[in-house]
Unconditional design. Sequence first.
Length: 76
Amino acid sequence: MKGGVAKPVRCAIYTRVSTDQGLEQNFNSLDAQYDASQAYIRSQAHAGWTLLRPKYDDGGFSGGNTDMMCEPARLT
């Protein structure tokens, strides 16, 4: 961006894993996905990116399951 204020970009993080294997661990795939996404959003703060809350997790849901807890369409 050249010489101006960055337009705000509001970001949400949606994490999903298709099995419940390992979700009982203190740090699991959902946590790793969230941490990586959060770090990327922070790295783009200069471009106006900000992280919204809360955290959206679908642990143990297959992509073919239409009854997911946090369907991406609900994030808007």
